[in-house]
Every structure is written in C-alpha cells, then in structure tokens.
Design a protein around this ligand. Sequence first.
Ligand SMILES: NS(=O)(=O)c1ccco1
Ligand SMILES: [Zn+2]
Length: 227
Amino acid sequence: MGVCTSSTAQCLPRQSPIDIQTRRAKYDSSLKPLFIQYDPNTSKRIINVGHCFNVEFDDSSDRSVLSEGPLTSHYRLRQFHFHWGTSDRDGSEHVIDGQTYPAELHIVHWNSQRYSSFEEATKHSDGLAVIGVLLKIGEPNPVLQNIIDNLDKVKTKERTYWTYLGSLTTSPYSECVTWVLLQEAITISSEQLQHFRGLQNEDEEFILENHRPLQPIEKRLVKSSCK
Ligand SMILES: NS(=O)(=O)c1ccco1
Ligand SMILES: [Zn+2]
C-alpha cells in the first residue's frame, strides 16, 4: 500500500500517529461499543523485535477477537506492544489536544474475516485494527505486570473511543489500520516504565524511545463514540 502521490481527496496519505484535536472530533451515533473477547491462553511468547518487545498470540484461529465499534469485520488478536520515550514527559505516539503521554499500548488485530494472514491483511486498507491505550504515570499497575493473564481487565465495560483511518507507525508504515484510541488512560508507575528503557536492541544499545513523530491529519475526520 504505497503512499498516494496525487492530491485528490480519496488518495491522500493516511499516516499515523496524529494529534487528536478533541473539539474537532465528530460524534457518530452509528458507532457501536467495541466487542473484545480475549482468551489469555492464546498468548505465546514475548519477543524483542529490536525497537520494542511484542507479546505474541496464537492467531491460527479466531479465539481472541475484536469486532463491532467502527469495524465491519471481526479482527483476530496478533500481538501487543508498547511505545515509550526517553523520559516520562513524552513517549506516546498519539497526542490528545497537544498533550503527550509517557507511553502507549498497541493491541494489534488483523481482519481474519476477509484475509488469510496478517501479512496479507497489511496490504489492504481494512486489513488491521489497532487499539491504542494511553499510559499515564500513576500507581504501579498490577495488570501491566502480568498483562497476558489480565488482558480481559484492560477491557472496561463502558468504553469510549476515538477512531480514524491511519497506518502502521513502524516500517513499512502500511496504510491499513483502523485506529481505535481509548479515551480513558490506564496507569503505569515510573519504575515500571523505566524497565522498558532497559530493553536492548540487536546492537545491545538501550531502547530509550520508540515513538514515531506526529503525521499530518490531511483531510481525515476523527470520529468519537461519545458526545
Ligand atoms: N505500531 S503499530 O501498532 O502501528 C504496528 C503494528 C505492526 C507494526 O506496527
Ligand atoms: Zn505500535
């Protein structure tokens, strides 16, 4: 999915992350609540992929899925990972009314209803759905300590979110992601966050930050699930 070159509206680039300007977000009453069904037993392994660590899941069947919300298909859980910064001052990829957060959790799903694999799905504009959860400094979060067994607890009953069409925030930046950004941040302690900066890449250098700079919103509209 190359970035379009023409300036026509239907072919403007749709890169992520963006600054969510909440006053410009439009309430869309047709947006349904998200349906999240995770089976913690599908978690496979934690793998250092050089620029971050991924907690991977067995995505050989629809045992952990995301549907509803802004989505018209069901999406299979593939992996989750975090983005962070060199200090607690920034580190999130999405920004809310110009406010950065110290980190951001991305829960990555692919459209298993329409495509046969994650790799294939990344070639299509409706291929992926990524739930973004902002992290703020607060009490140590027991869930983050063993998030694998507690992915369910990341779900809150009534959940409001922003949604927009964007891209992967790491190479190859494919424009295949329906972003669903939860409006409620979860906490992480500064000490927990410090552990992330202790991870090393393939050159044994510390991964001090791994968040992509903001991208132009172009003509895109951010929708909100609440007024
Ligand atoms: N950071 S992210 O969620 O856009 C992603 C998923 C896979 C590659 O990059
Ligand atoms: Zn990410």
